[in-house]
Ligand binder design. Structure first.
Ligand code: BG6
Length: 478
């Protein structure tokens, strides 16, 4: 469904995110007919650049980051006509009048802050001063949203001076992933799972977001963040919320976000012996983390595994194991719900099986799998075998339908449509920091280095132990 004509300003329009994600996503939606020819997209940044040069910049980005088959010459040409550029100084007056002059007062104006949070305050102030903070304006704010509770609060307060919460769209791009949204569809669209979705039937839950890449050229940013701030506080936390939350009364922004917030607030503090952090080493071919960042004795973690408990009626006693890391065996993200064993076995050979596992594969090879036990075929007596009921979206829906749009496509369109369901509310972000702050403080205080792990492995030894001591094991990363 096409959206109404809008004005979108990308502040940081020549940055990495604009190049890799925002511009390609906008082109895709244009190509799909969702964005019409009357909309305008304005790149804004400090550097001098003509609009023509910006269009060339965008064209190059789109060609670099999309599949060749997605880039249609004519569509690209008309898309580029929507683009222009304004030289803008966040901390000074340059460009603001020009920008204000380009805006249509009767349209939705989306202002994308694709810059570091240190500029958010100045930007909000100048948008307000130049008459661009009114009702039709929506701010899109990227992570990292602060680096701890105090800085997140400050950012929220700064934005709140000139904008209402209903105008602020805090992006966590995991929420824009098709399969992540599917989590809610599976849970709340079926009768089958929800009655079993609690500590009475669920033994434990595993959430894995494994990456095979290292930090690459992002060492400068990453070394000040680490896996806890970069992935756990936001992406993994959001996944945990979607699995653990109570059914919202309706699929509406505040109903969903209220429930997620309750989950975060019900999380117990993590005891130091329930958390492991690691840092990848190098091998013959690839440099270790410490050789990719400035500080040769950096204690920043590139891997985290932890056991979390949610103290509420539904989840008391069911641990949530989370892990994420870079330079691991494979790029594989999944959520696995491991159900308890049947209370009594009528089959002689049956032992601890943990056979009923619902796995939601987030990426790649998106799909859902349910492990069930059946009789092993053949005349050899009642032997049991565990098999997967496996649904690969690509197989069931067809490769085209399962060629999911990038998260940014969905999220940017939601901003224009004014739907905040898949964006984080200020109080959610703060609650997430309130939970991660003590963990990070404990690490900082101890001065201990993270445990090294081999590149291409499943993480440090202690992460395995975290499970083994509970009589459980991680699922294979594949
Ligand atoms: C980003 C992190 O938010 O998410 C990166 O900053 C990480 O470090 C990325 O690589 C992972 O996203 P995706 O969509 O590739 O799983």
């Amino acid at each position: 469904i096409p959206v109404e004509a809008f004005d979108l300003v990308i502040i940081g329009g020549t940055g990495d995110l604009a190049r890799r994600k925002i511009l390609p996503a906008l082109y895709q939606r244009f190509n799909a007919g969702q964005i019409g020819k009357k909309s305008q997209i304005i790149g804004a940044a400090r550097g001098e650049m003509t609009s023509e040069a910006y269009r060339a910049f965008a064209e190059e980005a789109i060609r670099e980051f999309l599949d060749k088959s997605d880039v249609k010459v004519r569509a690209l040409k008309s898309f580029l006509k929507l683009l222009s550029y304004v030289t803008l100084d966040a901390k000074g007056e340059t460009g603001w009048e020009e920008l204000a002059g380009k805006m249509h007062s009767d349209r939705i104006r989306a202002i994308y802050f694709s810059v570091g949070p240190s500029l958010f305050g100045d930007l909000a102030k100048r948008l307000h001063k130049h008459g661009m903070a009114g009702e039709g304006t929506r701010l899109v704010v990227e992570k990292p949203f602060g680096r701890d509770l105090a800085s997140a609060k400050e950012l929220n307060q700064m934005l709140a001076r000139h904008f209402d919460e209903s105008q602020i769209y805090r992006i966590d791009h995991y929420l824009g992933k098709e399969t992540v949204q599917n989590l809610m569809a599976v849970r709340f669209g079926n009768m089958l799972f929800e009655p079993l979705w609690n500590s009475q039937y669920v033994d434990h839950i595993q959430i894995t977001v494994a990456e095979s890449v290292g930090v690459g050229t992002r060492g400068g940013y990453y070394d000040r963040s680490g896996a806890m701030r970069d992935m756990v506080q936001n992406h993994l936390m959001q996944l945990l919320c979607l699995i653990a939350m109570e059914p919202p009364a309706k699929f509406d922004p505040d109903a969903v976000r209220d429930e997620k917030l309750k989950v975060i607030r019900a999380l117990d503090p993590v005891e130091p012996d329930n958390i492991v952090r690691g840092q990848y080493e190098g091998d013959g071919e690839r440099p270790g983390y410490r050789n990719q960042v400035e500080s040769r004795d950096s204690t920043t973690e590139t891997f985290v595994a932890l056991k979390a408990h949610i103290s509420n009626w539904r989840w008391a006693g069911t641990p949530f194991y989370l892990r994420t890391g870079k330079r691991l065996k494979d790029r594989a993200s999944e959520i696995a719900i491991i159900f308890k064993d049947a209370p009594h076995s009528i089959f002689e050979e049956d032992g601890q099986r943990h056979n009923n596992i619902l796995t939601i594969r987030l990426q790649p090879n998106e799909g859902i799998e349910l492990g069930v036990t059946i009789k092993e075929p053949g005349p050899g007596g009642m032997r049991l075998v565990d098999v997967p009921l496996d649904m690969s979206f690509a197989e069931v829906l067809g490769p085209d339908e399962a060629d999911f749009p990038d998260a940014y496509e969905r999220l940017i369109m939601d901003v224009i449509r004014g739907n905040q369901t898949l964006f984080m509310r200020g109080d959610e972000v703060e609650a997430a920091w309130a939970w991660t702050d003590p963990i990070i403080a404990e690490w900082d205080g101890s001065g201990q280095a993270p445990e090294p792990y081999a590149p291409g492995s499943s993480g440090p030894e202690s992460a395995m132990f975290l499970m083994h001591r509970d009589g459980r094991r991680w699922r294979e990363i594949k």
